[in-house]
Design a protein. Structure first.
Length: 63
């Protein structure tokens, strides 16, 4: 129970990394968008999804 209480506030970051990152990578591949700076699509998705999750965690909202 204490593990869940410790992990629950980080839920937006886990959502950004676990759901948004693969979604962004798949969209980039299907829309033939090249990743910037020589990164792979998954690396770009992890950066964008993780950043968006951190913004949601500390900002309190996704938008």
């Amino acid at each position: 129970m204490t593990i869940l209480k410790a992990l629950f506030p980080w839920g937006p970051v886990f959502f950004g990394l676990g759901f948004l990152a693969p979604l962004i990578a798949a969209l980039m591949i299907n829309l033939t968008i090249t990743a910037p700076f020589g990164l792979t699509e998954l690396q770009t998705g992890l950066i964008v999804g993780g950043t968006w999750g951190l913004v949601a965690k500390f900002g309190g909202r996704w938008i």
